[in-house]
Design a protein around this ligand. Structure first.
Ligand code: PLP
Length: 363
């Protein structure tokens, strides 16, 4: 029956999410399991978000506000843009899907790095549009190569900055050079899911491109804001592009709980600060430990680290599970000798290092 699926779907490998804690507990009969696999916020959501959700629980018989009015107004003010420059999605994943559906015809191409965040490829392939991939150089986007890959058929370029799974970033000069002279028929998606964790001083302020460039910036409440389970992200672009995307967007795509939680989270700058500080501190700690263990890793501007384990990464991943630590196997990204570990709390980072040391003697 699978022959009934659209062209492109048969060869599609479904996205493999990080293993859920409950599944590992159940399967391996473990009581304590630490998940460092999906780049979530280990501190949890803001208590203000939880309180806001409790307040509206009695109203969930109603449809949510399809325009995300209060969130839109607040975020527009915070980012110094017009409310019309914003679109909200069921996670930023959904906005990627809306972008492809809105702008890509079947014979048009998306230029994508290889490897990078897997959703870009999946979404474009499922839509039936074309993909052109450009390999990373030294675990970093090859923007010159991506520019050379652009043709008359190119409609969208996806740039994860910072990137997942490498954690590397592109600086202001590199992005400016890439955009310089790029055809006006091309939409550049700047996926800034890890924006809040960036420490690098030369990281680009892409907001400056919104006025006169076909740039769509994507950000999310899933990472630094700790709302991954609710699914809410947003896109920023010029109002005309947003208007086109709103024609495709489902009318109630962002649920009520996500909207109030995101709104309340914007008011909790302390929680955001604590979350970012935890990641920066944890990153230094993990770098130190990995250095001592003689392992190399990619310097990261995100809340995760890509580590070269110099052996089969999947085996390391599986053995770590037995010690109750879930990291991410990098086989789907064709980085077979790597694992990706999310930076957690001090306790979680410790557990990871303890288990990791044991595993490396076994594999
Ligand atoms: C680069 C990148 N973009 C987007 C997302 C998805 O974010 P959301 O939870 O908002 O769909 C992720 C999640 O891991 C990511 O790594």
């Amino acid at each position: 029956m699978s022959r009934l699926a659209k062209k492109g779907i048969i060869n599609l490998k479904p996205y493999e999410p990080g293993k859920p804690i409950e599944e590992v507990k159940r399967e391996l009969l473990l009581e304590e399991v630490y998940k460092l696999a999906s780049n979530e916020n280990s501190l949890g959501p803001s208590p203000k978000a939880v309180a806001a959700i409790k307040k509206v629980l009695k109203d969930i018989n109603r449809y949510p506000d399809g325009s995300c009015y209060y969130l839109r107004v607040k975020l527009a003010e915070k980012l110094n843009v017009d409310p019309e420059n914003l679109i909200f999605g069921n996670g930023s994943d959904e906005i990627m899907e809306i972008i492809v559906q809105t702008f890509m015809n079947q014979d048009e191409e998306a230029v994508i790095a290889e490897p990078t965040f897997l959703e870009y490829r999946l979404i474009v392939q499922a839509s039936g549009a074309q993909i052109k991939t450009v390999p990373l150089i030294n675990f970093k986007y090859d923007l010159d190569g991506m520019k050379r890959a652009v043709t008359d058929k190119t409609k969208v370029v996806f740039i994860a900055n910072p990137d997942n799974p490498t954690g590397s970033y592109l600086n202001d000069r590199e992005i400016t050079k890439f955009l310089d002279g790029l055809s006006e028929n091309i939409i550049v998606v700047m996926d800034e899911a890890y924006y809040d964790f960036v420490d690098a001083k030369d990281y680009p302020d892409t907001m400056k491109y919104l006025k006169d460039r076909n740039v769509i910036i994507l950000r999310t409440f899933s990472k630094a804001y700790g709302l991954a389970g609710l699914r809410i992200g947003y896109g920023l672009a010029n109002a005309e592009l947003i208007d086109c995307m709103n024609r495709v967007r489902q009318p109630f795509n962002v649920n009520m709980l996500a909207q109030v939680a995101a709104l309340a989270s914007l008011d909790d700058s302390q929680h955001l600060k604590r979350s970012v500080a935890t990641v920066l501190k944890g990153k230094k700690y993990l770098y130190r430990k990995l250095d001592k263990m003689g392992l190399s890793y990619i310097p990261s501007e995100t809340n995760f680290i890509l580590v070269d384990v110099r052996r089969d990464g999947r085996e390391v991943f599986e053995k770590l599970l037995r010690y109750g630590v879930i990291v991410r196997d990098m086989k789907p990204y064709k980085l077979d000798s790597h694992i990706r570990v999310t930076i957690g709390t001090q306790k979680e980072n410790n557990k990871f290092i303890e288990a990791f040391k044991k595993v490396l003697t076994e594999v």
